[in-house]
Design a protein around this ligand. Structure first.
Ligand SMILES: Nc1ncnc2c1ncn2[C@@H]1O[C@H](COP(=O)(O)OP(=O)(O)OP(=O)(O)O)[C@@H](O)[C@H]1O
Ligand SMILES: [Mg+2]
Length: 450
């Protein structure tokens, strides 16, 4: 049998005789550390983790109740057992209300003491397990919703965890639908601010004329129509996280005001001189190349640097293809669960074809497509026949020459056919009705991945 770890006990008592006696009794079963005063106790507590503290109520330099509070704040799982004389029982009861585990009355019977400590250690272990599980549960919920096995995504997950433990601003860059908002929420929920508000400000959707009042709030009578005072989003977010979505759409004049809030943590409501303070963690997102906007004078460089303390880049879905089948199946399950309908699955060929697709709308496009397929497919297996015409129908048109468009189409089409025949070029050439050498040339020319 593996040897059980000895519990660590801190004995806090100003009487040397009692400290020594307790040590004698406990040292066989516990690792014992002694403190003769409140100051010594706090010192020991910051240097070591304790399972149990045996705490005298009356100390020359401090009060046992205050110490109890300090210990509970530092490590809420430590079990504190108050040691008390009969005449201090009232205080001991108060201590229990303040979170002490138990009290024992001096002079004590050794067996009673050992029994109390045994239970205290058991309880500490349980508490520790509960807080660990709570933590895991939270992670599970978050990352359960966020699918990704591609190394590019696991890197992003690691970054989220790191960033969550700090308070610096975060700038998330990625194409539309890559999961920027999901990442912002994950950061908030893993941070110490998780019990405070997560407030979204959509810079693209709010008209510039309303933005200032939306963010800062306004005083009654500040402008026509301001019939009452209104709290702005920054006030609402105090202590929490503000997610500035599509930050590139923020007007230059508002950029200056935002910069001031980030630097000085101060602002005023529109129409008021009263300086307000808010403790906010900023997370911003954009789907454009910020450097270009800065060069064009459309985004303040100083604001960019303030926001870009922690940059997170979300790769487009086509650059993490191994995640595509995972996401497809994930959303299929989600949809079945939500609607209470029997589960469906994709045929291998359908999965291959969808994996080869370019996904210009990224995860959001994929999610919508899965919903559509789930609804319209009668059979419980979604096959290639159900995908007919999909890649072309779903394609976003952007400025390109005919030659580029044809190349784009050819590349997509050949990739899909190759996926369907699992890379067998002879078969693919047959299906495409071209010579094998022509296919090889096109694979090279168009940069099609094997
Ligand atoms: N890795 C992922 N795992 C599971 N679901 C995801 C993942 N990434 C994104 N999603 C889902 O895809 C949808 C789009 O994500 P989100 O809204 O975060 O994208 P976005 O980058 O903010 O897009 P936009 O730029 O258009 O605002 C959401 O429903 C989100 O839950
Ligand atoms: Mg978004």
């Amino acid at each position: 049998m593996a040897e059980k770890r000895k519990g660590r006990v801190l004995i806090v008592d100003d009487e040397k005789g009692i400290r020594q006696a307790l040590k004698m009794v406990l040292q066989e079963d516990y690792e014992v550390i002694l403190a003769a005063s409140g100051a010594e106790a706090v010192d020991a507590f910051t240097q070591n983790a304790f399972d149990i503290v045996l705490l005298d109520i009356l100390l020359p330099d401090s009060n046992g109740l205050d110490l109890l509070k300090t210990f509970k704040e530092t490590d809420p799982n430590t079990a504190v057992v108050m040691v008390t004389a009969v005449k201090e029982i009232k205080t001991a009861v108060q201590a229990i209300k303040a979170g002490a585990y138990e009290y024992i009355i001096k002079p004590f019977v050794v067996d009673d003491l050992l029994a109390v400590l045994d239970r205290a250690q058991e309880k500490k272990k349980l508490l520790q397990q509960v807080s660990y599980l709570k933590h895991e549960l939270q992670r599970y919920h978050l990352f359960e919703k966020m699918i990704g096995k591609d190394p590019k995504m696991t890197e992003v997950f690691d970054l989220i965890a790191t960033v969550a433990s700090s308070d610096g601003a975060v700038l998330i860059q990625g194409e539309s639908g890559t999961g920027k908002e999901l990442v912002a929420r994950a950061i908030h929920h893993l941070s110490s601010r998780k019990d405070q508000p997560f407030v979204v400000i959509n810079c693209a959707a709010i008209p510039a004329s309303l933005m200032e009042s939306e963010i800062f709030g306004h005083q009654k009578g500040a402008f026509t129509g301001a019939v009452s005072s209104v709290m702005g989003k920054f006030e609402v977010a105090d202590g929490g996280t503000v997610f500035l979505d599509d930050i590139d759409c923020l007007e230059v004049s508002m950029q200056a005001k935002l910069l001031r809030v980030i630097q000085e943590k101060e602002f005023e409501r529109v129409g008021s001189n009263k300086v307000l303070k808010a403790d906010i963690r900023f997370v911003a997102a954009c789907n454009k190349e910020m450097q270009t906007l800065i060069q064009e004078g459309r985004f303040r460089e100083d604001l960019f640097y303030r926001l870009n303390v922690f940059p997170i880049k979300l790769p487009p879905l086509r650059e993490r293809r191994i995640d595509i089948p995972l996401l497809l199946e994930h959303f299929l399950d989600c949809h079945a669960q939500r609607t209470g309908k029997p589960a469906k699955r994709f045929s291998d060929e359908a999965l291959a074809q969808l994996t080869a697709y370019q996904w210009p709308g990224n995860v959001r496009e994929l999610q919508n497509l899965v919903e559509r397929l789930f609804t319209i497919t009668k059979s419980d297996v979604i096959g290639v026949e159900n995908l007919f015409g999909l890649s072309i129908a779903g394609k976003q048109l952007h400025d390109m020459t005919l030659r580029e468009a044809v190349n784009d189409f050819e590349k997509d089409f050949i990739t899909q056919v190759l996926a369907r025949v699992r890379g067998n070029r002879k078969k693919a050439a047959e299906i495409l009705g071209i010579h094998r050498n022509t296919l090889l040339a096109k694979i090279n020319e168009l940069g099609i991945e094997a």
